[in-house]
Design a protein around this ligand. Structure first.
Ligand code: SAM
Length: 357
């Protein structure tokens, strides 16, 4: 593990070669600084900024040819995958510190709330035995914030040691930070945790987290290297926190969530959302997002472009109602309006249940 962590700074130097592997030559950026692809080098379509479809199709049916968005730019799905990978490989080392700075610590409050309301360790699928085994799949789990809270809650609040958490992410650099952090967990929680590389859009192709051995390696999951899969109807609780807006094809990821969940299992998503029901607050929040966050990214993490992408991706993510409808379209049932706003809608929790029949 130590070697993986030590390799991370070197990964940043390796990113230009990662880009050249995954992007067509004519769209290679002139690498002004660092490794994030300048979005302005792609054709942008401002008129589609408020589109809610994350994967509008072009005439081609090939996945690689479908259009989606990367922040405010229009790119293909495969380009977005490579660019998102580049962003998170870049921010992996500073990710946790930056979260605190960007959100004034609010992300911790939202994550605590998200986890405690899901009440891991108490299995609604086996009400006769609330300590029944439970398999939680934390998708886009990154550096482990949600997975660690899940285990803490299950073991310490619900006194249920029979909870397994699989933390899955497309990015080995993020997962490697999570793996290092997990060394501080109690042994019983470490034993209940596994790390898996996978693209959330196809959970039939996965592999256990591999150590990062050299700076030449790409740090995002290549499905050709898969050795395992997440079976149908195998998961009690599927969580995704601040991950889904980065996916190239959100409807496909929702269908995969539906496939892997057991009937009666729960899909739960914590994501940035819209605070525009409160116009004054919203305008202050937008100013903060677009002016301060990229600047903090530049000053603290030495990476303005990645944080510019993060705020643009928040702006592009569908409104609460629209995302709720996407969850319903994937086959889930929702209760009430289907979501809960946090901090005036800056973030929202959406939940859906896979029907039992
Ligand atoms: C903002 S981080 C969130 C990490 C963690 N869930 C948290 O709340 O702190 C977003 C994560 O989504 C991951 N990600 C992006 N696209 C993905 C995909 N298609 N499949 C799986 N993970 C993906 C990134 O690698 C990154 O680790």
């Amino acid at each position: 593990m130590a070697s993986a962590v030590a390799a991370r700074p070197a990964l940043k130097r390796a990113l230009p070669s990662l880009r050249s592997t995954f992007l067509p030559q004519q769209q290679q950026p002139q690498c002004h600084h660092r490794h994030v692809i300048p979005r302005r080098s792609f054709a942008t379509s401002p008129s589609s900024r408020n589109d809610t479809q994350t994967s509008s199709t072009t005439s081609s049916s090939s996945t690689a040819d479908r259009e989606t968005h990367f922040g405010f730019s229009t790119v293909t799905e495969s380009q977005k995958r490579a660019m998102v990978a580049s962003v998170f490989t870049s921010v992996a080392d500073s990710y946790d510190k930056m979260n605190d700075l960007m959100s004034f610590g609010w992300h911790r409050v939202w994550k605590d709330h998200f986890v405690s309301t899901l009440n891991p360790g108490f299995s609604p699928l086996s009400s006769s035995d609330p300590s029944a085994p439970q398999h939680i799949l934390d998708i886009a789990g990154g550096t482990g914030d949600i997975a660690f809270r899940m285990l803490h809650h299950a073991h310490n609040v619900n006194s249920n040691p029979n909870v397994r958490v699989t933390i899955s992410d497309i990015n080995r650099a993020m997962l490697s930070v999570g793996k290092s952090r997990s060394a501080d967990l109690p042994a019983s929680q470490q034993a209940a945790l596994s790390f898996v590389e996978a693209n959330a859009e196809d959970l039939s192709l996965t592999r256990p987290l591999q150590p990062i051995l050299s700076q030449q390696e790409q740090t995002f999951f290549d499905p050709a290297t898969a050795t395992s899969s997440i079976p149908d109807n195998s998961v009690d609780l599927y969580t995704v926190a601040f991950g889904i807006r980065n996916f190239s094809n959100i409807p496909q990821a929702l269908r995969e969530a539906y496939r892997v969940l057991k009937p009666g299992g729960v899909f739960a998503c914590l994501e940035f959302s819209k605070a525009d029901r409160h116009p004054l607050f919203n305008s202050v929040y937008k100013e903060w997002s677009f002016r301060a966050i990229p600047l903090i990214g530049q000053l603290v993490a030495g990476d303005r472009d990645s944080y510019q992408y993060l705020v643009e991706s928040i702006e592009r993510f569908p409104r609460q109602e629209e995302f709720r409808d996407m969850i319903v379209d994937a086959g889930f049932r929702v209760a009430g309006q289907g979501w809960e706003d946090l901090t005036g809608g800056v973030a929202a929790v959406h939940r859906g249940m896979k029907p039992r029949v």
